[in-house]
Design a protein around this ligand. Structure first.
Ligand code: GLU
Length: 279
């Protein structure tokens, strides 16, 4: 069993990260498995070495250990290009030049019963869908044609554990991704986009259990589809509960007040942090 914690070093880690990392670490320990740390630093503008260093220090202080060297998404460019090439060879991708404004304008007025937003933002209306990959321009994003992708052989189910449903159970991703629109697999100016990066790197690291928060639950079926298209084994998934503030809002990077670093400076112990997140 191999699981991981994969933060993006774009801000200090907060209590939600502490809970996610400790959950993954505890699951690995309980199963006699391996806990890995990965830096999801594909966003080169927002990722900062000082946040990465802070994450290493905070996680070690919490009592976590992990094998070195730590994988960095920014070094996985060749793997991402190979995966994008595979999807293009299957005829499942197309270049897209639409801005957010273009997409909002083309989507038109919201219709009753038709969702406007999916796990990948505003549901893409398909403006560029007929463009061939040979037309790819440096400023284009690349999207996955979901209708075609869903026709590509029988989509496997996935095993999930989490706070919403007791025990391990199998879920069918198909119904969860029909209607969410064509997701972005490469962003303009970046080797690849979140969904593809995570699937490729989890596979490269041999991850068998993806541990992540419930906030990413809707992304999981997209990842199962991508793994299936790329011929990768589909891991199991554990979606954990979210740590919220007093108002019930999920903690975000900007919640610096709840940064692990801040609690450390105020004299908290690792045990205090565990207690604060209910462990
Ligand atoms: N890098 C992702 C994040 O910071 C987590 C990895 C994942 O489970 O997708 O939200």
């Amino acid at each position: 069993m191999i699981t991981r914690f994969a933060p993006s070093p774009t801000g200090p880690l907060h209590l939600g990260h502490a809970f996610s990392a400790l959950t993954a670490f505890n699951l690995a320990q309980a199963a006699g498995g391996t806990f890995l740390l990965r830096m999801d630093d594909i966003d080169r503008e927002r990722s900062k070495p000082e946040y990465e260093q802070m994450a290493f220090e905070d996680l070690a202080w919490l009592g976590l250990t992990w094998p070195e060297p730590v994988m960095r998404q920014s070094r996985s460019g060749d793997r991402f290009r190979a995966a994008l090439g595979q999807l293009a060879d299957l005829g499942l991708t197309y270049p897209c030049s639409c801005s957010r404004g273009d997409i909002a304008a083309a989507a038109g007025a919201p219709q009753e019963g038709v969702p406007e937003f999916g796990p990948d933002g505003r549901i893409y209306p398909g403006t560029c869908r007929e463009r061939p990959m040979s037309d790819l321009k440096p400023d284009d994003a690349i999207r996955l044609d979901m209708a075609k992708a869903l026709e590509h052989g029988p989509l496997p189910g996935f095993h999930e554990t989490g706070p919403e449903r007791p025990g391990t159970h199998a879920l069918d991703p198909r119904g969860m991704i029909e209607g969410i629109g064509d997701v972005v697999v490469a962003r303009k100016g970046q080797a690849a986009a979140y969904h593809l990066c995570v699937v490729v790197d989890d596979t490269a690291q041999g991850v068998t259990l993806v541990t992540r928060g419930m906030d990413l639950f809707d992304a999981t079926p997209i990842h199962v589809l991508l793994a299936h298209l790329l011929g990768f084994p589909v891991p199991h998934y554990h979606h954990h509960r979210l740590i919220r503030d007093e108002a019930g809002k999920r903690l975000a990077k900007r919640d610096d007040a709840r940064a692990i670093r801040k609690y450390r400076e105020d004299g908290a112990t690792p045990e205090d942090i565990r207690a604060m997140v209910g462990l």
